[in-house]
Design a protein around this ligand. Structure first.
Ligand SMILES: Cc1ncc(C[n+]2csc(CCOP(=O)(O)OP(=O)(O)O)c2C)c(N)n1
Ligand SMILES: [Mg+2]
Length: 259
């Protein structure tokens, strides 16, 4: 059983994410840019955010606001980006909501995130390559072996560059976790319109890629799975794909609201 304090922290931040989504929705004319919320994805994202260490590297995608809360970012900081304010700590108000990049004491490092879906896969795999190089050259000065997490939506996994990244990661056996949050949607395109296989099935085609599935809407399952996965990569220095199944709450397609 996980500690009560951890469960309470997760619950409080889930409610924070829900409140943020509701405030953004209620103030659409004020929220300058497009924003996606983490509703339905909170459990897997919070579990991941809680488990990352300052020596780690992560590429959260635009839907990962709960992962950001889990790492310790405050809603105020995130809203500065939403409202395109100069004090936005990530990009000085020059990017869409939840497009982070950060090098901050006590936090995992985040490289700049693009709006082009799937584009994080190759550079984030490159970070893992850099970590491996430093370890091989005995240049690594991290307190524990760092892991790299590349977070992706299910739709983006159908893109070519994600396949390139996976091929490279297995070829060189890099210390990277591909975390796929599968909500069965890519905006208005449903999973059966976009693919014949999910990310877990796709991963089976890459020799040397470990894979695991988890119910991403169950916090305890998500925490236990991510803890085991991160520990495994810290120790074994190999790539793995986590397929987290999640619902997408409050999704709009063609003007129809799906709950
Ligand atoms: C290369 C590229 N193509 C298309 C888009 C438009 N687009 C933005 S979000 C999105 C859906 C992505 O779906 P998925 O990866 O499943 O993430 P989700 O939002 O469902 O979590 C698309 C197609 C884009 N941003 N970049
Ligand atoms: Mg999706």
């Amino acid at each position: 059983m996980l500690p009560k304090e951890l469960l309470l922290k997760a619950y409080r931040l889930m409610m924070t994410a829900k409140a943020m989504a509701e405030i953004y929705d209620a103030n659409r004319p004020v929220c300058k840019y497009v924003h996606s919320t983490s509703r339905g994805h909170e459990a897997i994202q919070l579990a991941t955010g809680f488990l990352l260490k300052p020596c780690d590297f992560v590429s959260p995608y635009y839907r990962d606001e709960s992962m950001m809360l889990g790492m310790g970012y405050r809603p105020y900081e995130m809203m500065l980006q939403l409202l395109a304010k100069g004090d936005d700590p990530f990009t000085g108000g020059r990017e869409y909501y939840n497009h982070p990049n950060m090098r901050r004491e006590g936090f995992p490092t985040i490289i700049h995130q693009s709006s082009a879906t799937g584009m994080q896969a190759i550079p984030t795999t490159g970070i893992a390559q850099g970590i491996q190089y430093r370890e091989k050259q005995k240049l690594s000065n991290y307190p524990i072996p760092p892991v790299t997490i590349c977070s992706l939506g299910d739709g983006s996994v159908t893109e070519g560059e994600v396949g390139e990244a996976l091929q490279f990661a297995v070829l060189h056996q890099l210390p990277v976790i591909y975390l796929v949050q599968d909500n069965d949607w890519g905006i208005s395109v449903s999973s059966d319109e976009a693919r014949t296989m999910n990310a877990y099935e796709f991963a089976a085609g890459f020799k040397g890629l470990e894979r695991i599935q988890v119910n991403g809407s169950n916090f305890i399952d998500s925490f236990v799975t991510m803890e085991q996965t991160i520990d495994w990569v810290r120790k074994n220095r190999r790539p793995i794909l986590v397929h987290a199944k999640v619902p997408l709450l409050g999704h709009h397609t063609s003007g129809v609201r799906k709950e």
